[in-house]
Design a protein around this ligand. Structure first.
Ligand code: ASP
Length: 402
């Protein structure tokens, strides 16, 4: 019996870890009670967990009177430079054509300016490029070929961003999974139906097939399991960092290679000012990692800053934005479980919050964020739903009857 992609994906979703975590038994909504935010400390930085190792240097820069934008660039650029971070910059996983396309945005509180770039190829440090758009043009956003020509004029080095490892993982996806994953209908299509679960035997056979293809492609043995997991279950990438200095000046920045295997030219939330990043230093700064399509539709980062402007604590402001995401799907968990969203929130007094739609990844890893207000550390997010999300498939292909 042959296994359809849809069935297989459902097995991945339901037959494995997430079921063990009780997701199918109905995930619990966290009992979140509105409460005042703790008084903050300045300076302070908040970032995606992967930014942890750069926070000491960025905090130091703030202590020495450095600009908040320099501090957030430091954190984001370090991720872009790291070929082992496959969610951003060099080594980022490519689009469905095997081409790495990057998005980034920034806001500088003291001058109230913004810069962004979308769908940029061959330029590794798009965080710096977004800043250059802000500093050297009268525009806020450049995309695609125009953004690349601008980068060339600004003497940004052109380089191939597709590492061998990422290329082989793309091939593994092409050979074992791809049926044009991001082509419609989408999760928000009214005709969408959740996939039917396949048997454990089908699931086992699929994994065996993937292991064989991974070996044939020359993926190093120690990377094979990881590569298979990444192809089966995409993980959230992106780096966001927001900072406040002693004077209360703030900046925010977000950089990403976006959703892997996306349709060429797709731009996510990260470079959209107000969705992936928003800073108003009279109030605070926020950024997002997660499903960009949903975050764009709730203008997540702006919603959060606006909520704080109206008096909500960072935590309540973030929970409200998450509830707006759930409203996109009428709180329907059969769809919401395919989405993860993490918001990083910093108020201008240094109070902060990290919130997530789900408390865990499909592997059971607790959702966390990095923060530094005197000591760099990871903290657990406050989650709207207890349990694991299922990152894949983003959209099973054909709804019944089509
Ligand atoms: N938000 C990013 C995007 O949609 C992806 C991610 O954070 O995983 O492009």
């Amino acid at each position: 019996m042959s296994i359809s992609r849809r069935d297989f994906l459902a097995a991945a979703a339901l037959g494995s870890t997430s079921m063990a975590m009780g997701l199918s038994a109905g995930s619990q909504e966290s009992r979140h009670i509105a409460r005042p935010a703790p008084a903050g400390k300045r300076p302070a930085l908040i970032a995606k967990n992967t930014g942890l190792h750069s926070l000491d240097a960025a905090y130091d820069l703030l202590r020495r009177g450095g600009d908040t934008l320099d501090a957030v660039v430091l954190v984001c650029k370090a991720r872009e430079d790291d070929a082992n971070d496959q969610t951003v910059g060099l080594g980022g996983l490519p689009n469905e054509d095997g081409v790495v396309e990057l998005d980034a945005s920034c806001m500088h509180g003291p001058t109230r300016r913004a810069g962004a770039v979308g769908a940029v190829k061959n330029i590794k440090n798009v965080s710096v490029l977004a800043r250059a758009v802000m500093d050297h043009t009268g525009h806020v956003m450049l995309v695609g070929e125009g953004a690349e020509r601008f980068a060339e004029k600004m003497r940004f080095p052109k380089e191939n961003l597709l590492t061998e490892r990422s290329r082989k993982m793309w091939l593994l996806w092409k050979e074992t999974m791809s049926h044009q994953d991001w082509w419609g209908p989408g999760l928000s299509d009214p005709n969408w139906k959740p996939p039917a679960p396949p048997t454990s035997e089908e699931w086992r056979r699929k994994r065996e097939q993937m292991e064989q293809v991974a070996a044939e492609l020359g993926i190093e043995p120690e990377w094979r399991e990881y590569a298979i997991e990444r192809v089966l279950h995409r993980q959230h990438g992106t780096i966001h960092c927001s900072a406040v200095n002693e004077k209360g000046e703030m900046s925010g920045m977000t950089s990403t290679s976006g959703l892997e295997w996306k349709i060429a030219g797709r731009v996510g939330d990260s470079p959209i000012i107000g969705a992936g990043c928003y800073t108003d230093q009279d109030v605070g700064s926020a950024g997002a990692v997660g499903n960009g399509e949903e975050n764009i539709r709730v203008a997540g980062a702006h919603t959060i800053v606006e909520n704080m402007h109206r008096g909500m604590s960072p935590l309540d402001a973030g929970m409200d934005a998450l509830q707006r995401v759930t409203r996109l799907y009428n709180n329907d968990k059969t769809r919401l479980r395919y989405i993860q969203m993490v918001y990083y929130i910093l108020r201008n007094d240094g109070a902060y919050a990290g919130v997530s739609l789900w408390s865990q990844s499909y592997t059971g890893k607790r959702a966390q964020f990095a923060v530094h207000d005197g000591k760099a550390r990871l903290e657990d997010t406050v989650a709207l739903f207890e349990g694991a999300y299922i990152e894949w498939p983003p959209v099973p292909k054909l709804p019944e009857g089509k």
